[in-house]
Design a protein around this ligand. Sequence first.
Ligand code: FES
Length: 105
Amino acid sequence: AKIKFIEFSGKEHDVEIANGTSIMQAALDENVRGIVGDCGGSCSCATCHIYVDESWLDKIEVKSEMEEILLEEVCDPQDNSRLSCQIIVSDALDGMVLRVPEKQF
Ligand code: FES
């Protein structure tokens, strides 16, 4: 699926991502600035926080309790905050737009 990352600086990355890849991993592979992914995607570091364009929120899988708690404790989340390691790319996400926060916590 084709996904657009917008860095805090405004720099855009249009990336073709294989189904089954996490957004966090794809961002690292593409050197998207601002995504760290310290824990390697096990939903325990919250350094992969990202803002999902509102129109896509209902197309991605709902948050696990673990993700919800981490976001609340660490990220000062907005309604469209997600941990990008918990979003797995599929055809349904083709065209999704993601904004990277200024910094991870
Ligand atoms: Fe650590 Fe997502 S990479 S929570």
